[in-house]
Design a protein around this ligand. Structure first.
Ligand code: DLL
Length: 443
């Protein structure tokens, strides 16, 4: 082992110097860590050793960072196939925590952490909170779910290490969330963006305007959301809405976050090495080109991940960030390759529907997409809630709104979608990740 990870993981200083390392130094650190990670994976995990041997590559062949291109990819089914502990690179006696993420079918995927891994995780969460201006003295309401989901404990230990006061409220019980936010003088909240919308709405019903509270920032992630959604959230609550990204397989929340520029997410690339690949050919794409994000952990001990194919679509931002951080940025992840559905031969992403809907005034940011098949033909229906003022008996304004939404959807999607205007509160609210698409086509 070339170094003790924590020597470099840093002193938990909020504005971590690691965000601002000279690029050359950062690349050297990454190369050393990549070599050590590949060696550890090869030495301790059967699946990795088999993959390396089959491709004729050895960890010692890594001489430059570009050599990462010769390493094998890892995919979600690798975690399923080795369920529960087959990808662990540490003996169980060194694993201090496991988390799990439920997939759409069957068994969950299981991820593991050593003591040093949880320390690294807290350190990247400290850097995340610091990037959105939070520090000791802040009161952070953590409404990500506690438990096997990484959101709750990941944000929790990061907020504590930051020196902030954490309210470990977890998700749900919205009225209590609002009471505590108000009574405890909460200054920042962590939850999914869709759940925060629900909180804003419920607060309104209770006669509480979030603008009047000390709340100043939201650390929102775990699901795709759009710039239009950010604008709605910020306008309706008066807070700054920051985008935080992460996934269980890599560590949990804290893989990347926006800074005060709110223009792309900085990846903590001293720990997580990003590549953008063409999802069809798996060839690396140049900076600025959109493709699938593949991530390699550079310091994970219990469960190293080599070139993990996230299915998340983004690109690496070419320009340097005005904030001065040398760690690179990716564009917000507004979609996953596997969220895409095909309607009458046209590829559609839920984020496109969201953008089209939020362009039109009079709608609420609550919507659901229902896919069905009639007489062999695919149909797409978009149910969208309308503000109480609009949802009136007068037919004229409703018809005009309906037309505007249909036009906007057709404009953005390139196909006709049936719009169904529904009353406020008709669409089920989520306390975690929102379910945007219901596919009744039995494909
Ligand atoms: O969602 C970890 C997390 C918790 C991230 C809290 C941020 C905040 P998983 O449940 O494993 O982990 O889901 C990971 O969620 O591959 C993306 O598709 C999606 N995702 C996470 N953050 C974002 C984001 C957590 N900011 C999967 N924007 C990822 C878009 C996101 N998608």
């Amino acid at each position: 082992m070339i170094e003790h990870w924590n020597d470099i993981a840093g002193s938990f200083h909020p504005a971590s110097a690691l965000d601002f390392l000279p690029v050359q130094q950062l690349r050297e650190l990454q190369l050393n860590r990549l070599r050590a990670t590949a060696q550890r994976a090869y030495d301790t995990v059967v699946l990795y050793r088999q993959r390396f041997d089959a491709s004729g590559v050895k960890p010692q062949d890594i001489r430059t960072l570009d050599d990462i291109q010769h390493l094998p990819f890892t995919v979600k089914t690798d975690l399923r196939d080795t369920y529960p502990f087959g990808l662990f690179a540490s003996p169980m006696s060194e694993v201090v925590r496991v988390h799990a993420s439920s997939g759409t079918t069957g068994k969950p995927i299981v991820v593991a952490y050593t003591k040093d891994d949880v320390d690294v995780w807290a350190s990247v969460m400290v850097r995340s909170f610091a990037a959105c201006g939070l520090h000791r003295g802040d009161i952070i309401q953590n409404a990500y779910g506690y438990g096997l989901f990484t959101g709750g404990l990941g944000a929790h230990y990061g907020a504590e290490s930051l020196g902030a006061t954490v309210i470990p409220i977890s998700g749900g019980n919205t009225d209590r969330q609002i009471m505590i936010m108000k009574d405890f003088g909460v200054t920042a909240i962590c939850c999914t963006p869709s759940y925060f919308l629900h909180i804003i709405e419920r607060a309104g019903e209770l006669g509480i305007d979030i603008h009047t509270l000390p709340l100043k920032a939201g650390v929102f992630g775990a699901e795709p959301w759009t710039q239009a959604m950010r604008e709605r959230i910020e306008a309706e609550s008066g807070i700054k809405a920051y985008d935080i990204y992460g996934l269980s397989e890599i560590i949990g929340p804290g893989v990347g976050i926006e800074c005060s520029e709110q223009n792309g997410l900085h990846i903590f690339e001293d720990h997580f090495y990003p590549e953008i690949i063409d999802p069809d050919t798996c060839k690396p794409l140049p900076d600025g080109e959109e493709g699938e994000l593949a991530l390699t952990t550079l310091s994970k001990e219990a469960m190293p991940m080599l070139r993990y194919r996230t299915r998340d679509i983004t690109c690496i931002v070419r320009e340097e960030c005005p904030c001065g951080r040398s760690i690179r940025r990716i564009k917000r992840i507004s979609r996953r390759s596997d969220d895409m559905f095909i309607i009458r031969g046209v590829n559609v992403f839920p984020s496109q529907v969201e953008t089209a809907l939020l362009r039109v005034e009079g709608t609420l940011p609550h919507y659901q997409i229902v896919l069905s098949r009639k007489g062999g033909l695919d149909q797409i229906e978009v149910a969208v809630e309308v503000t109480a003022e609009f949802f009136s008996d007068t037919v004229g304004p409703m018809e005009a709104l309906h037309q505007k939404l249909s036009d906007s959807l057709e404009n953005v999607l390139g196909i006709h979608a049936t719009v169904r205007l529904v009353e406020p509160h008709t669409i089920q609210r989520s306390e975690g990740k929102a379910k945007r698409v219901i596919d009744n086509r039995n494909l």
